[in-house]
Design a protein around this ligand. Sequence first.
Ligand SMILES: Nc1ncnc2c1ncn2[C@@H]1O[C@H](COP(=O)(O)OP(=O)(O)O)[C@@H](O)[C@H]1O
Ligand SMILES: [Mg+2]
Length: 451
Amino acid sequence: MIRNNKTRLYETETKIKLKDEYEREYNAIKDKIIQLQVNNPNLDIDENLINRLSNDKSLDTREVLKKLKLDSEGYGRINDLLKDDDLEEIMVINDKNPVYVYHRQKGMMITNITLQDNEIRQIIEKIANQVQRKIDKQTPLLDARLPDGSRINATIPPITPDGATLTIRKFKKTPITIFDLINTNTISSHLAAFLWMIIEGMNAYSSNIIIAGGTGSGKTTTLNCICSFIPSYERVITIEDTMELQIKHQHIIRCETRPPNIENQGEITMDMLLKNSLRQRPDKIIVGEVRSKEANTLFGALNTGHSGMGTLHANSSHETITRLNNPPMNVPKIMINSLDFIIMQKRLYNNMKGSIRRVTEVVEVTGMELDNLQLNKIYEYDPNTDKIEFKAISCNVLNKIALMKGLTYKDILSEIDRREEYLIEKVKKNNEHHIDNVEKLIDDYYNTLNN
Ligand SMILES: Nc1ncnc2c1ncn2[C@@H]1O[C@H](COP(=O)(O)OP(=O)(O)O)[C@@H](O)[C@H]1O
Ligand SMILES: [Mg+2]
């Protein structure tokens, strides 16, 4: 596939189109209604009102009413974009350029919608109202989550002098599952079975894991998928800056940080949530993104026998360690040693397949030698074959599980193979990949063992 430098077009219908000469009249009526609503939020909008506000008696008031309803529900002309589950991101840069979208398959696209400045501001106002926050000259930026889970960032002048902007990272309604990851080759079936083994650990040992990679490489998604392997009897606590994880687990507490209010008070940080979670008897602590001081608390917990998983922004396993070890995280190497695995994920560009997401490496942290952490490569990705291969001659965690279960290392490898076969069989059945089926499919595996 040759990359075309021209951005492709994403076309959507603005459902009700008035004749051109009525558009200006329509906008005038809409502005008047908005002003009336300031004093009377429960204003009844009907044909009578439109007739009263209109200067043009030939206007089709019924059509105008329909259009007004459509514009006022949801988010106006970007509604259709918000409904399209194939879009990853919606980007409004100002009123002079069309809205951009990032399509899951087709990449960056340009839409046939250009919003007016007042439309952009209305959408931003609406979102700000929903989350009971303000956006104005004093605080010209807004970070928030929509009711459907999508994340939004809005800015207005003076920080974006060209006009108001809006960036929406859309929430995927039907989340990607572990079966999808195998199906799309983000991970191999063997790696999936291996992850199953080290997370469930045959009830003997559950590994501490960090998924590292760049922005948008799919770290959070992979973390979400592999959480399906957490046994149902474990108590899970998740801690996030903005809730992204959609873990289907019954016994779960989900926590989210809170920014300070206008008086700069009431902030709840990741670190505070993490410290609090330790008083909640967690079996598994999941930190959405490890970034700062909370890293120290997390590794403190891991060193005292808790089990944890999380994501971290880094471009290699060595960089992961360096970032953990340096400010602002400052985790001493001796404590990083409690980490079992680093999973590296990347977004790559493949000549045939275009943009792809791959786990490119799995390394095990095997101990300290002098002042250095020792890393053992367990899986390695080959960009030529687009395959990830199991490279380990030995793996400490698998040995540990074998020892605790009274089994041999070979037994554990055979069990991984059995799980792989099971996963392959399920991946073939296309209709079973939905997130609602995953928990049962994993449970079914244990049931087949017991029978
Ligand atoms: N393996 C994958 N295959 C296809 N799309 C993916 C995959 N992983 C993530 N995505 C999509 O990429 C976007 C960014 O993923 P996310 O997990 O939030 O990345 P990160 O946490 O690394 O920033 C999301 O819209 C998500 O749906
Ligand atoms: Mg993420």
